[in-house]
Design a protein around this ligand. Structure first.
Ligand code: CA
Length: 250
């Protein structure tokens, strides 16, 4: 049984979700606005396994809620419900720290599948350091579980990055973007391939919001984010990760 927090002000929808999630065996709490959601999530006893978070809420909206959560070092997986036809909201959601999204209106079966995906990933992470390598639906770690370069260690399973001994917690999406870049070490990765392979987006989306993610990752891994050595911009195309730049060995 998983503990699910549903944050939605449309009570018919919230209760419908609660009914269906409970029928699937989950324990469900409903919050009608962002303030209440933060209260529950930031309370020491507020232990949820996954959050369904609507973007459109009275008072603090979904973007604000997820950014405040992450700022408070709360890394519970968040599935954001966005308005269909507003792809910019998807990227804004990811930039705020959401882990996955679903446009409204959605089919219940799809919502349940997405939640299962997030729950599996969080259970898998909690099970560290004993991941089940045979689990076919575990996180897509690829051939890397950890990756180290120049006093930086990325732990893809734990969603952690250690830089000079300091631990930085990453969201699932930050981790997946970093992994995609690392797996293509030295190669140019286009914004389009990031959208498709990291975010699973196939529509024509404004790719500039990816740049916000890159800015964040640079703040984490670069000594001087304004003069990046590892996460390079390839003008007009995308990005290139370089683990060991040759011209700047110290
Ligand atoms: Ca709403």
């Amino acid at each position: 049984m998983s503990r699910v927090l549903v944050v939605e002000d449309e009570m018919n929808l919230a209760r419908g979700l609660q009914y269906n999630l409970e029928a699937e065996g989950h324990s469900v709490t409903v919050a009608g606005d962002g303030e209440r959601a933060l209260e529950l999530l930031l309370h020491p006893s507020g232990q949820f396994d996954v959050v369904v978070l609507d973007v459109m809420l009275p008072g603090k909206d979904g973007f604000t809620v997820v950014s405040e959560l992450r700022a408070a070092r709360q890394y519970v997986p968040v599935l954001m419900l966005t308005a269909r036809g507003r792809p910019e909201d998807v990227l804004k959601g990811f930039a705020s720290g959401a882990d996955d999204y679903l446009p409204k209106p959605f089919e219940l079966a799809i919502l349940l599948a997405r939640l299962q995906g997030l729950l599996r990933r969080s259970q898998w992470m909690r099970a560290q350091p004993a991941p089940a390598p045979q689990d076919p639906v575990g996180p897509n770690v690829g051939e890397f579980e950890t990756f180290s370069f120049r006093d930086r260690d990325i732990d893809f399973g734990k969603l952690e990055l250690r830089v000079y001994g300091n631990t930085i917690h990453l969201t699932l999406m930050e981790t997946q973007l970093l992994r995609h870049l690392v797996q293509n070490d030295g190669k140019v990765v286009s914004r389009k391939s990031i959208l498709e392979e990291v975010w699973g987006l196939h529509e024509d989306t404004d790719t500039r919001a990816i740049d916000n993610f890159i800015v964040r990752l640079r703040r984490y891994i670069e000594d001087d984010p304004s003069n990046p050595q590892h996460l390079l911009t390839v003008r007009g195309v995308g990005y290139r990760f370089v683990a060991h730049p040759q011209n700047s060995e110290s």
